[in-house]
Design a protein around this ligand. Sequence first.
Ligand code: SF4
Length: 465
Amino acid sequence: MDFRVATSKRLSGDGGPLGGSIVADTGSRLSLYETAPNVEVSLEEFEQFALDRLRVLKGIEEVRARRKRLEELDTVVIDLWRKHMRTPNAADLNKKDVVSHFVLRLAYCRTEELRRWFLAMESALFRHRFRCESSDSQRKLMDDYKLPFKAISVAEFEVLKDKLGQVCRSLNQPLPTADSAYYKVPFEEVPDLVANRKILLGGGHAFVPREQLALLVVGQFRTRLSKALVLTNRKWTSVCAEDEKDRLAPIVESLSTRYLGADYTQPDSKRDISSKDLDNLAKTSFPLCMHHLFKKLREDHHLRHGGRQQLGLFLKGIGLKLEDALAFWKNEFSHKIGPDKFDKEYAYNVRHNYGKEGKKTDYTPYSCVRIIMSTPGVGDHHGCPYRHFSEENLRATLGTLRLSTPAVAEVLEKVRSHHYQLACATAFEAIHGSPSEGINHPNQYFDQSQKLLQSVKSSEVSAAN
Ligand code: SF4
């Protein structure tokens, strides 16, 4: 979207971060988001639309981890879309779609890692939406964007029918009928299909059945979006971030680390956790990031600021009361620096996190995204092990959790594809022997783990009775 600094609370699109012409893309429900929309958007809409789309993309990330069949994923993705992207007036849906895409493009263009995630999730969203469109609307999209894929006419089909049948027979597929839709595509667009001889070639074209079309169109979508993200980043960092530093930049910059689930600010009042319970809980229910910090604290009797914050807020979120937290940190730090120094230099910070000092803000435990995006330095122990450990170090650490060799291999595979939360969910499943609901927050990991352990305990008790 082309956002210009507006004098009022409404923003209009004529000259801004993304450049280009400004024609609202409303001709087709599905868009390749080539041009920014010429619409006015309030600051509230700017943020809310983006958050709603983010919920869809995060949902896609979660369901993709469960390796569902393509058809099942279609249904889930369309449900997510309907749930989060609906608007009071159906006519506003296109506006919300395009605006939210362009706002997130700004938020996710800023680093290679963010670009990679956004590209993967947007391409998946596009793919499922495209697959669920009617042939007419698929055709319209291809015409609108002049994609080099043309449906063949009935006359062309009659001419090619026998040869298409031969290809189908060689692939053990049903023979084509007059209702089968085929598309004529420049053969250089489908090198894999050509190399595997899975396609009829003729006159410089490949004849691709409709079922394969989504892959080709998604390829176009991905290439265009990938280039656009790089350009947007250049423009945002060189001009717009400074121009918009007081208004849009804070929203844009916070979106990529925004966690959309429960925030765990209030300690869990139903749980009565004291510092005596922590060793056991660390073994059974801490995610690796907190397990590692806890272990380092026990070994070194010290953690640097980033580690104290990450672990301290997590402990608050699981239900450790302020008095217990003070006793716990003091006990550890006193080994090294003595109790007086702790009272003078560190106790304030613990009380501060519980909203008892300074601005009296009740600080929120960090989400996975925030932890993954952190940049621990030498001597720091905070961060996400799946993101920040070397492969060797991670393999060794997973070994101490008694993960089986295939489970470790699966975790490492996810890490190599930069799916850190999925790697964490895989470790959770291997440790607990039960599927995870997806991991977005260390405190959510803890809650899921405790719930499972409690239900195992209850069933053991009822079996014993
Ligand atoms: Fe912690 Fe989240 Fe990383 Fe798991 S994915 S280790 S919960 S930051």
